[in-house]
Design a binder for this molecule. Structure first.
Ligand code: ACM
Length: 503
């Protein structure tokens, strides 16, 4: 039996989908009835449909579009929703507000792609096919990391990127705010972090901008997770405050090259106090339950050479200065736990992150298995399938990117966050997956979008619905591209017609 066309159009694919006869049309008389607690979802629907349709969509007790929050609903979890589109009425239901927000993105995708236009599209029938959908995500963590340290990205782009995530039911925007090459988050207690660290490659945000971004994202079901790197990847901070390093007398510049920098934080008490103060300000701005503190690629050469660091290792009863890395992560992780937050860290060979951490294995999938077997919650982020700074094809017209490998659409789509050969207990530790957009080679927002799409669509489909139907995904993507085109996303074109695409 041919798959109904509408079933093919949605990205990500809904869990259950039954097309029905008829169509529902939004027009000037259409009103929304929102039950208690569903008003923000109704407001989002109005906000999202207004630019293209110009429809007022007022709230009314007899509105034909019913948005209902019902905490008694079972089986839909934190983020699932049920959507019934009939010819005369629409019913969107969820047990939690996040589910309603996801359902609204489905309504948006069921409408003609022109609904995504930034301005009015007169003469369009704002109509969608009748359908019955019950939809629940496979994974709770579906994210994208954006590196705003290597190249600063303006806050207007962060809002647009958030919208693009929400369109694909991705629910985490992980902001990599600090690195050797830049510090983008203002910290009142340490103003030179952005005065010095914000200068090369771009600029810095204001607290107000970040707070507004958090609210904007929350209204779309997206949590902004901040990342402050430590104890390595801190050269920009050390350029601002050299006394936080291992050689306080040394003057440093913000780094202007890429790679792993040897300069790392010192391990004296003042450094721990600095990290706590910075993180307190970060937590004031970002209510996210999770706070990422980096932790990877931390050369220990400076600690081996520093009498103070060697003395600290001895006092703490550590085997040697190398063990200061895990010690540092534990101290800061404990601090976040005391503050009621969940510490996140990049995991790689050599560093077994403390038990309180949720780990993002970025080297290879088997590191994820090792962490899961140790009982750590895991967010899969392997470079071979989730690093979107690598080129998408071998074509000569592909813009230069991170050298070393190709990450094509099919690889992103088919990489399983909880592989079938993992034992069930380990697989159960996988919270989800996220894409990584490092920006060493990404000076503009347009280029960031080019790298992100369509690969982020593939990651979203895998994280939400399981990712095991490459031909079906390609067919849906073929039509989903009309939506991305309408949004002006400079999406990489397909290499082959649908059905023939091999990569
Ligand atoms: C990383 O790629 N440095 C996590």
């Amino acid at each position: 039996m041919p798959v109904p066309r509408a079933a093919l159009d949605l990205v990500p694919r809904p869990a259950q989908f039954t097309p029905m006869q008829g169509r529902f049309t939004f027009d000037a008389r259409t009103a929304i009835r929102a039950t208690s607690g569903a008003e923000p979802a109704a407001a989002l629907l109005r906000t999202l449909l207004a630019p293209a349709t110009g429809l007022p969509l007022p709230l009314a007790a007899d509105g034909r579009v019913v948005i209902a929050l019902d905490p008694q609903l079972t089986g839909l979890g934190e983020e699932g929703y049920g959507l019934t589109v009939g010819a005369d009425a629409v019913l969107l239901r969820a047990a939690r507000p996040e589910g309603l927000l996801n359902g609204i993105q489905t309504v948006r995708q069921l409408l003609p792609p022109a609904v995504l236009s930034a301005g009015p599209v007169p003469g369009t029938d704002w109509t969608m096919p009748c359908v019955q959908i019950t939809d629940v995500p496979r994974f709770a963590w579906r994210g994208a990391m954006l590196d705003v340290a290597r190249h600063f990205q303006p806050v207007a782009f962060l809002r647009r990127f958030t919208d693009l995530l929400a369109l694909h039911k991705l629910n985490v925007l992980h902001l990599h705010l600090t690195d050797d090459q830049g510090w983008r988050m203002p910290v009142a207690a340490y103003p030179k972090l952005t005065e010095v660290g914000g200068v090369p490659h771009g600029g810095a945000y204001t607290r107000g901008e970040l707070g507004e971004l958090v609210a904007y994202a929350a209204a779309r079901g997206v949590t902004v997770v901040p990342e402050i790197e430590m104890p390595g990847h801190v050269r920009a901070a050390l350029a601002a405050y050299p006394h936080l390093g291992n050689r306080p007398e040394r003057e440093l510049e913000v780094w202007r090259q890429w790679g792993v920098c040897e300069t790392v934080l010192g391990v004296h008490d003042e450094v721990l106090a600095f990290c706590r103060t910075v993180l307190d300000e970060v937590m004031d701005t970002f209510p996210s339950p999770s706070v990422h503190i980096g932790g990877e690629e931390c050369p220990t050469t400076e600690w081996q050479q520093s009498p103070a660091a060697r003395a600290r290792a001895a006092v703490e009863g550590l085997d040697g200065p190398e063990a200061l890395h895990g010690w540092f992560m534990r101290r800061i992780g404990d601090f976040l736990v005391e503050r009621g937050r969940r510490p996140l860290g990049w995991s790689e060979t050599g560093l077994d992150l403390p038990a309180s951490f949720t780990v993002l294995p970025w080297r290879d999938t088997e590191h994820g298995l090792a962490a899961a077997r140790r009982g750590r919650p895991v967010i899969m982020a392997p470079y071979h399938s989730t690093y979107l700074d690598y080129p998408q094809s071998e074509r000569p017209d592909e813009p230069p990117g991170q050298p070393g490998q190709i990450v094509d659409l099919r690889t992103v789509y088919e990489t399983e966050p909880a592989p079938a050969h993992w034992e069930p207990d380990a697989a159960a530790q996988v919270l989800g997956t996220q894409a990584q957009l490092w920006t060493e080679y990404v000076p503009t927002a347009a280029h960031a979008e080019y790298l992100a799409f369509p690969r982020l669509c593939a990651l979203a489909d895998t994280a939400w619905s399981g990712g095991r139907d490459w031909p079906g995904f390609q067919a849906r993507m073929h039509r989903h591209r009309a939506r991305l085109d309408t949004l002006g996303v400079p999406c990489r074109p397909p290499t082959h017609p649908p059905g023939e695409e091999t990569s």
